[in-house]
Design a protein around this ligand. Structure first.
Ligand code: LLP
Length: 431
């Protein structure tokens, strides 16, 4: 959370006071630090610089055009999973020659769109998809570059809803099916099979699952080469972790130290698809306390103007996000224990909830926070990845505003939605 720090009693993003931004744009608002984004990108790039590495920022983590543009300007490629994400990446200035297209269910329309734009590579997840790509590429008189996404049946020890590399998951192709594809690769005349892709899940807090997967992939690459199919690229996907609690977690160098020797042995070029690593701690969500409510049973609710429609991670994955007042005399603890909140003088145990009509609309249960009153601002930390992109207008709530800070300056990079935006495209029935 380096880009977001308390100076005296108030929270800053880089050199801008959060309360100044909010005074200008209101709440709820996502605020991102441009320099934190660029620092994380370059940290990863440096850590893996021993081999030829292309970083493809995972657009699903944060697809805002300005953010994608900042990364494109640094030379980043993009990992997209839909025609819409491809449209965004291109519009942000991303070079199609650095775009990889993943996802289990690419439609013919999306495949054609990607072929017409000459994307770098398709990460293919089934034989049927490979057949579609080959046929559509033939129709356009093109040759598609393809990486087979392998499902290595490895438990990345992450949340059950974000695990992707186990045999029961819908993602990827098992090794024996991949081998059949490799043996018959000449059948796919408009496809050039030049890569292998593996993404195990997200977030992954140790390097071991990556090493385990890479070792399996290395054996497979040798088999591919023995049948005359050269594998030029290995794509290790994303999943690199961030700290949500303040606790130290591993960083890019730790991943690189253990992964690079295997990549070198493979003699492959490397592709990485980080999302959260770059964006997670580069953004916060700021919300305003609307009401306090206390029950006779002793429960205290802090009702704020952000809700599960703005940030769904706590409701969907029981995810822990640190929450702290923007202005406070009490210091944000260096590390928090998600299972046990520690109360100090001037603090109380509260549930932080939103206005949506669902009992799951809770950002924090039984959290120790400085005593809050109506009108106080709260920062929800580590919200830069899978925050806005997973937001919706459920309960017909206009989606939040997004702001990017750069040093002493800030800009709105997505306007707050209006009621008019909510009904755009709807028509009264004519039948
Ligand atoms: N590559 C592929 C093929 C992916 O499926 C994903 C994420 C990534 C890269 C980027 O993963 P990252 O580096 O950001 O961990 N909504 C969940 C996370 C879902 C991740 C989906 N795939 C969350 O809020 O935690």
């Amino acid at each position: 959370m380096d880009a977001f720090e308390y100076r005296g009693k108030t929270l800053f993003c880089e050199d801008v006071k959060i309360e100044d931004i909010i005074g200008d744009v209101g709440t709820p608002t996502y605020i991102y630090s441009k320099n934190a984004i660029l620092a994380r990108y370059s940290e990863l790039k440096t850590a893996f610089s021993d081999v030829d590495t292309l970083i493809c920022f995972s657009v699903k983590s944060n697809s805002n055009l300005s953010i994608c543009r900042c990364l494109a300007q640094e030379g980043s490629g993009f990992d997209v999973v839909s025609g819409g994400e491809l449209f965004r990446a291109i519009n942000a200035g991303g070079s199609p020659s650095k775009i990889v297209f993943a996802g289990v269910g690419k439609t013919d329309k999306e495949i054609k769109y990607a072929l017409e734009n000459n994307v770098f590579m398709f990460n293919v997840e089934s034989i049927s998809e490979l057949e579609h790509i080959s046929r559509l590429a033939g129709g356009l008189d093109k040759r598609a570059h393809v990486a087979l996404r392998i499902n290595p049946d490895i438990d990345a020890k992450t949340h059950i809803k974000t695990t992707t590399g186990k045999k029961e998951n819908k993602f990827g192709i098992d090794f024996s099916t991949a081998e059949k594809i490799i043996r018959k690769s000449s059948k796919y005349s408009n496809v050039s099979l030049s890569g292998l892709h593996v993404h195990l899940g997200s977030p992954i807090y140790t390097v071991d699952p990556y090493v385990h997967a890479l070792k399996k992939v290395l054996v497979f690459i040798e088999r591919c080469r023995s049948t005359g199919v050269d594998i030029e690229y290995v794509n290790v996907g994303g999943g690199y972790c961030i700290s949500y609690t303040g606790e130290k977690v591993i960083r890019s160098e730790a991943y690189a130290i253990k992964m690079l020797p295997i990549i070198k042995e493979m003699q492959c070029k490397l592709i990485l698809e980080p999302g959260r690593y770059i964006m997670g701690n580069s953004g916060i969500l700021v919300t305003n306390v609307i009401y306090r409510k206390e029950t006779v049973h002793g429960k205290k609710f802090i009702i704020c103007d952000a809700a599960m429609n703005d940030l769904i991670r706590p409701a969907l994955y029981d995810a822990f996000h640190r929450i702290w007042p923007v202005n406070t005399n009490i210091k944000l603890p260096a590390v928090e224990n998600p299972k046990r909140s520690v109360i100090k003088k001037g603090m109380e145990l509260v549930d932080i909830v939103g206005p949506v009509c669902e009992s799951s609309d809770v950002f924090a249960f039984g959290r120790a926070l400085p005593k809050l009153k109506e009108g106080d601002l709260l920062a929800i930390f580590s919200a830069g990845a899978y925050g806005f992109t997973m937001s919706s207008s459920y309960n017909s709530r206009p989606r939040a505003c997004e702001v990017l800070v750069d040093g002493k300056k800030y800009c709105i990079i997505r306007k707050r939605e209006t009621y008019e935006d909510l009904i755009r495209g709807e028509e009264f029935t004519k039948c």
